[in-house]
Design a protein around this ligand. Structure first.
Ligand code: G3P
Length: 224
């Protein structure tokens, strides 16, 4: 399962990328709003930092014509490899059909139901993004919904992969990794949380203390 950063803060993206094995960045209009900066200024910085790693950028227009014009602008500024995030609505599906036929990379988003994912796959989307925790908050089961969508893609022979989003804990990420989902995008604090474990910290400190007891304080394999 690929791991993406769901954020537009360039400092955070650089910090997470330094330590964690990440494959790119996803953004949405709310995430861009949090940056407080002109959208294409932020996105261009992210694109430059990422190199050939994945960047996913969402359209704002509600109508297919507007979505297609935005897709053209986004790829013109940020490169043809940029994934265009399109909400799975009636107009969104119309735009996906046209854009996928035209060779655009598409991430179908705002997915709350397996039937949205199915239609996105039929419309040629590369990724489908179920909002795991938001589905949980509706009283349904976000992880199970994402698994059902994954089954639809695998059993139906669609190229579309899950790009699960809206995580609030490690367990949600772990369940979808174990199930073989294609991709998860997580906020920086969720990525940090994937290895936050005081027992690990304790174990590593104990190893250091034992070794220093043998060869002296501050010593490592370099100077023992
Ligand atoms: O792009 C969708 C995803 O970022 C939503 O996450 O945390 O706002 O539910 P959240």
């Amino acid at each position: 399962m690929k791991l993406l950063i769901d954020d537009a803060n360039i400092a955070k993206i650089k910090e997470i990328s330094e330590f964690f094995p990440v494959d790119g960045v996803t953004t949405n209009p709310s995430i861009l709003a949090k940056s407080g900066r002109p959208p294409f200024e932020v996105l261009s910085e992210i694109r430059e930092f990422l190199g050939d790693k994945e960047l996913h950028v969402q359209v704002i227009s509600a109508d297919a014509e507007g979505i297609m014009k935005e897709a053209a602008k986004i790829t013109e500024v940020l490169g043809k490899e940029t994934f265009i995030k399109i909400p799975v609505t009636r107009e969104g599906l119309k735009a996906m059909k046209a854009l996928s036929a035209d060779g655009y990379k598409i991430t179908a988003t705002a997915i709350y139901t397996p039937m949205q994912a199915y239609l996105a796959a039929r419309a040629g989307a590369d990724y489908a993004a179920p909002y795991v925790n938001r589905i949980d908050n509706l009283g349904a089961n976000g992880v199970e919904s994402a698994m059902t969508m994954h089954d639809i893609f695998v059993n139906g022979g669609y190229k579309t992969e899950i790009l699960a989003a809206s995580f609030k804990n490690s367990q949600q990420v772990q369940a979808l990794a174990a199930y073989g989902c294609g991709c998860a995008t997580c906020a920086p604090d969720i990525i940090e949380g994937l290895i936050a474990n005081p027992t690990v910290t304790y174990a590593v400190e104990a190893f250091k203390k034992d070794f220093e007891g043998l060869v002296g304080e501050g010593k490592t394999m370099l100077d023992c």
